[in-house]
Ligand binder design. Structure first.
Ligand SMILES: *Cc1c(COP(=O)(O)O)cnc(C)c1O
Length: 450
């Protein structure tokens, strides 16, 4: 019998509930604090920014939350997403390891981001909000939210990090095609942006600055709310459709993972894949090692401090207890724009502190080498972000080649690179560099923690 390489679920297997990992943790993550009072923030503090349904999900301790049928209808455009066995990559590496990848590049914008953009737009529309503001770094999140807003008739306004706005005109065009308005960040439209521009008119921007601008605009308009594409508990919960589907697909494959690897920017695709498996692990039904992979240029888990910090540069957000490099930290302009965030999801940070997951940092040249190797074997060009996870997969697969171990590895291939090909161009032409992040630069940034 021919061996299968692709595991596809029926529409009927589309998950009906999101999984809330908080319900199964030995202790809950520390709450967000009000920056003025240093007291835990209440729903009324968050109401100018988020709809009630999402605020309730953010603090929920329920194990499962039902996915509204209106959201499942949109999910059906591309979900369930396929799980592949990377037989050709295994062969190319000569490894006895079995490598699987859950592919999220089949979504309308080519990444996992619509898994949360769609419910976020839905809940806002249901509560009468007419306009959503957000930031985007690499352009993936802005595209996803623009698509989601088009589904429910919402206006969408996006602050795109200046460097990416200039380098990625196609992402901007995608957002505009879906009906969004796109501004480069820093912009003169907000106080936060004007302050940065006064100091540096040529500022390339950062995710932290763009968040400040989008938050400021949402807070000033009673009909607007703000949407965040990663980091927060409700975002990671929406992404658990990835892991729930993958669990069913592993049943079809008759296999069990020994190792999960995922790339971490704010932690949402990693958490989305890993949390349902962590539930199984905590229940004693399987025992995979779970490993987060981050860029050496923005190493929040491996070199950051676990402390309360702002989610943005201007200090407009609540204080989040998280692994952080400092809210003023501006990472090197590496090509994996989606991984250039100064903090890490409080939930992932907490789970890391509990010792339930491991972390590893990898330089971008090794990542793109892995991306090229994967593309030539499997025919999918991975987005720059998941090349980090693939680099870690390949490291492990080559270790298995030495030891003969038939380890089962699962990774999230959270997006394709069709709009990020210039990054491959930089790698292929030999222009790509790995700059060391010095201890001094990091210490200076951490000295500014609130
Ligand atoms: C946004 C993005 C990331 C980083 O965000 P996480 O919340 O860590 O998943 C990674 N990969 C892709 C393709 C992205 O679009």
């Amino acid at each position: 019998m021919a061996e299968r390489t692709k595991y596809i679920l029926d529409e009927a297997d589309l998950p009906t509930q999101w999984y809330n990992v908080v319900s199964d943790l030995p202790e809950p993550p520390p709450p967000p604090l009000h920056p003025g009072t240093r007291e835990p923030v209440g729903p009324e503090d968050l109401a100018p920014l988020f709809p009630q349904a999402l605020i309730a999900q953010e603090v929920s301790t329920e194990r499962y939350v039902d996915i509204p049928e209106e959201v499942r209808e949109v999910y059906r455009l591309w979900r369930p997403s396929p799980l592949y066995r990377a037989r050709r990559l295994e062969k190319a590496l000569g490894t006895p390891a079995r490598i699987y990848y859950k592919y999220e590049g089949v979504s309308p914008v080519g990444s996992h981001k619509p898994n949360t953009a769609v419910p976020q737009a839905f809940y806002n529309a249901a509560e009468g909000v007419t306009r959503l503001t957000t930031e985007t770094g690499a352009g993936q999140w802005g595209s996803a939210l623009a698509f989601a807003c088009a589904q429910y008739g919402l206006e969408c306004e996006v602050w795109q990090v200046r460097a990416s706005y200039d380098q990625k005109p196609y992402r901007k065009l995608m957002m505009e095609t879906f009906g969004a308005t796109v501004h480069p960040s820093p912009s003169a439209l907000t106080e936060s942006g004007r302050k940065i521009l006064a100091d540096d008119p040529d500022s390339p921007g950062s995710l932290g600055i763009a968040i400040s601008e989008a938050v400021e605009q949402a807070a000033a308009d009673p009909n607007a709310r703000y949407a965040l594409g990663s980091v927060l508990n409700h975002v990671l919960m929406h992404q658990t459709v990835i892991g729930e589907e993958a669990l069913k697909q592993f049943e079809l494959a008759g296999d069990t993972p020994d190792l999960l690897v995922g790339c971490t920017g704010g932690g949402s695709n990693f958490g989305g894949l890993a949390f349902p498996f962590l539930r199984e692990k905590l229940a004693g039904r399987m025992n995979p090692v779970i490993r987060a992979v981050e860029p050496a240029a923005c190493p929040t888990l491996t070199r950051g401090t676990y402390a309360y910090d702002f989610g943005d540069t201007a200090g407009l957000t609540p204080l989040l207890k998280m692994h952080t490099l400092g809210h003023g930290f501006i990472p090197d302009p590496i090509h994996a724009g989606g991984l250039r965030y100064h903090g890490m999801s409080p939930l992932i940070s907490h789970i890391y502190e509990l010792g339930l997951i491991e972390a590893l940092a990898v330089g971008q040249q090794e990542c793109f080498a892995a991306g090229v190797r994967f593309a030539r074997a499997e025919g999918i060009i991975p987005a720059p972000e998941p090349t980090h996870a693939l680099a870690a997969c390949i490291q492990e697969a080559l270790r298995c080649k030495e030891t003969g171990e038939e380890k089962v590895i699962l990774t999230a291939l959270c997006g394709h690179a069709h709009l990020d090909l210039p990054a491959y161009g930089a790698y292929l032409s030999g222009e790509m560099v790995d700059n060391e992040l010095s201890d001094d630069v990091l210490a200076a940034s951490l000295a500014e923690l609130p």
